[in-house]
Design a protein around this ligand. Structure first.
Ligand code: ATP
Ligand code: MG
Length: 346
């Protein structure tokens, strides 16, 4: 019965969440195979454009990967050479996809005319290589590399709690079909920003500092501060930060998760506020021009850009309904914690 104290209950739920995640984290071997694939594709990119680099971003690079997650790669062209004209992103998509088709056994889908031209490649698992690969290659998307680095830095500030929360929410949003920007809900990146907002700006004492508002401790080069007109500064001296910044918050993962669900079920002012990590309070009013979407999450670097613009009225209704459902399930203490988790992610 529910005689168990709240502390004992959340300690047990925390352990259960960690045990639940452990078999679905990527293995060393998966990382090795993906890294080998990246290098193979980088060699092909260099054939198309000498000196081209292919860098990983998204979950394979930010510390928030689950087993078999997609690979996000960004191709950077070497612009220091003496060539005068550089191929456009669409031309690069055409050229690189041709080479990948000729020289590998990947399935290749080239989307040169998309708003953001990309190449999608995939390969089923075989008996020698028991890993499916599914990878998107984009071009010159330097902001994505920077926001990946920001997420990785946050992951390093409070590795156990932030990482566990984000990974659990990723599994939950995927199982509950809430992680589908194309059909009206939110990307993993969007959910990760919600967790960062909650841990930095909602929870008191805060679990995380606001890395975008800690002043630099050394002079910065211009390219560390600005990229294509966007302010990309954040404090990234993690060795110093870990010495100087210690959260006063001692809540465990389960306590934070329960309160995260409660906050987004009942308390968050969806209709009035824009979530914006880089601001002092983490929010500003929607009445600031142009913010009329259902859910508003400003990108940490791209001023005025709504990461959750894909979320429709129905989508937000569903997501909030799921936050309420999760709150209810975690309140029902007549169940064992393992049964609660199973029901939550059903
Ligand atoms: P998953 O493991 O589910 O693929 P992920 O951590 O790779 O999760 P994604 O949502 O696939 O997260 O996003 C990968 C990267 O793509 C992010 O780090 C971000 O740079 C970029 N990105 C994704 N969604 C958006 C968006 N709505 N707006 C801007 N950038 C985005
Ligand atoms: Mg991804």
């Amino acid at each position: 019965q529910s005689s168990m104290s709240y502390e004992r209950y959340t300690a047990e739920l925390t352990n259960c969440i960690i045990a639940f995640l452990s078999p679905i984290l990527p293995t060393e071997e998966e990382y090795r195979i993906k890294e080998a694939t990246r290098r193979q594709l980088e060699r092909l990119a260099a054939k198309v454009s000498p000196g081209a680099k292919l860098l990983a971003f998204g979950s394979m690079a930010n510390g928030f990967a689950l087993r078999n997650s997609d690979m996000d790669l960004c191709c950077l062209i070497n612009r220091s050479g003496d060539q005068e004209v550089h191929p456009s992103a669409s031309e690069l998509v055409e050229m690189l996809s041709k080479v990948i088709r000729e020289e590998t056994d990947f399935n290749v889908l080239a989307l040169p005319k998309a708003r953001i031209p990309i190449i999608k490649i995939s390969r089923g698992s075989t008996s020698e290589l028991p890993y499916e690969i599914s990878c998107d290659i984009g071009f010159e998307n330097r902001l994505a590399l920077e926001n990946t680095r920001l997420l990785l830095s946050y992951a390093m500030v409070d590795p156990p709690r932030l990482r566990t929360l984000v990974l659990f929410l990723k599994v939950w949003t995927k199982r509950r079909k809430l992680n589908s920007p194309y059909t009206g809900t939110l990307s993993s990146y969007g959910y990760t920003l919600l967790v960062l907002f909650y841990l930095t700006h909602v929870k008191r004492p805060a679990v995380l500092p606001n890395l975008q508002r800690i002043p630099p401790t050394r002079p910065l080069a211009p390219e560390e501060v600005e990229l294509n007109g966007h302010n990309i500064y954040f404090y990234d001296d993690m060795a110093t930060l870990r010495k100087d910044w210690q959260s006063q918050n001692t809540e465990n993962v389960a306590e934070l998760l329960i309160d995260f669900f409660r906050y987004f079920a009942k308390e968050h002012p969806y209709s009035r506020e824009v979530i914006s990590l880089k601001t002092e309070t983490g929010m500003f009013g929607k009445d600031a021009i142009m913010w009329n979407a259902e859910l508003c999450i400003e990108d940490p670097f791209q001023h005025g850009y709504n990461v959750s613009r894909t979320v429709t009225k129905d989508g937000l209704y569903t997501i909030r309904g799921e936050f309420i459902r999760a709150t209810r399930i975690l309140q029902n203490r007549n169940q064992r914690v393992s049964a609660q988790l199973a029901e939550l992610c059903e």
